[in-house]
Design a binder for this molecule. Sequence first.
Ligand code: PLP
Ligand code: SF4
Length: 315
Amino acid sequence: MIQSIAELCELIQIPASALNLDKNSSFSLKVPQHFAKQIEAKNPQDPLLLQILPDLVEQQQNIAFSLDPVGDLKANPIDSLLHKYYGRVLLIISPKCDIHCRYCFRRHFPYEQAKKTHWQEALDYIEQDKTISEVIFSGGDPLSLSENILIDLIQKIAKIPHITTLRIHSRTPVVMPTKADKTKLLEVLKYSRLNIVLVVHCNHPNELTKDTLILFNKYKQANITLLNQSVLLKNVNDSAKTLEQLSKKLFSQGVLPYYCHLLDKVSGAKHFLVNDHQGGVLLEELRKRLPGYLVPKFMTEIAGEPYKTQLKDFK
Ligand SMILES: *Cc1c(COP(=O)(O)O)cnc(C)c1O
Ligand code: SF4
C-alpha cells in the first residue's frame, strides 16, 4: 500500500516538484501497489494517476459542490443504513477503502458514525420491513472488512426470508485483486440461497489486468453475477474510445457494464466534472459503437428522487 507521495513519485518516475500536489489534504493519498503499477511512468496525465493524486485544484471551492451532494445524510434511518429506494437498502458496512479516489462522493461522509454500528439494529430494521428484498453492501469498501465479519453478516441476512438478493459494491477487486480473493467467502457465496451480485468499480481499461481476469473467473465459478459501475471523469475516461475499450475489456473478463455515473457534485471534485450535455454526446457515440448490452446506463442522482435518474440521449 502506498501512502507516501515520495514513494509514489519514485514509482512513476516523476519528481514531486513537477506535480501540483496538495500535501496537506484531509483526504490523504492511498493507493495499492497493484493499481499504482498500472500507472504509466513519466506521464503526469496518466488516467489512473489522476484518480489518486491529491491535487491543489481540489481546494477550489464552488457553491454548487457540497459535502453531501446526494442527500445521504437525510436517508439515514439508523446509523450505517440508507433506505432511499423501494425494495433496496444500502448498508455502509465499512468506513475504510483500499484506495482513496479523489472524486469520491463519500469523501466527506461521517464514517466515524458508521464505525460504531452494531449490526443488530440494521438487521432488525430489514427484518421488520417486508418490502425490502435486496441488501446492498457499500462503504467505504465492504471487501476491506475481514472474511469472518462478512460471512457472519451474510449468514444473518440469508436468514431473513424476504431477502432474495445480496449486492456487493466494491472497488477492491479491481484495485487490489489479491485482497478480494477470499476463498472462504467465495465458498459461502457459492452455496448461499441468495442471488449474489458483485458490482466492481472500474473507470478505465488500464485498471483491468491478468490478475483481475483470474479473480473474476473465480467469482464466476461461485455463480456471482458481475457488473461494473464507473464514474464519468474528465481527462480520465471522457472519450468514446476509452469508454468503448472499457466495455469491451470488461466483457472479455466476464463483466457487463451497469452504470456510468455522472459525477456527484462533491466539494473538491469539480475538476472531474463532465456535464450532462457532454455526457449525452458520449452516450450517443457509444450507442453507435457498441452492442446494446455493452452500453452502460448513464446515471445522475438527484437528492429526493425515488430512483437514480437516467440521462437521455443527446439529440
Ligand atoms: C444507488 C443506490 C441504490 C441502488 O440503486 P440501483 O438503481 O438499484 O442500482 C440503493 N440505495 C441507495 C442509497 C443508493 O444510493
Ligand atoms: S473506493 Fe469508492 S468509496 Fe472508496 S474512495 Fe474510492 S470511490 Fe470512494
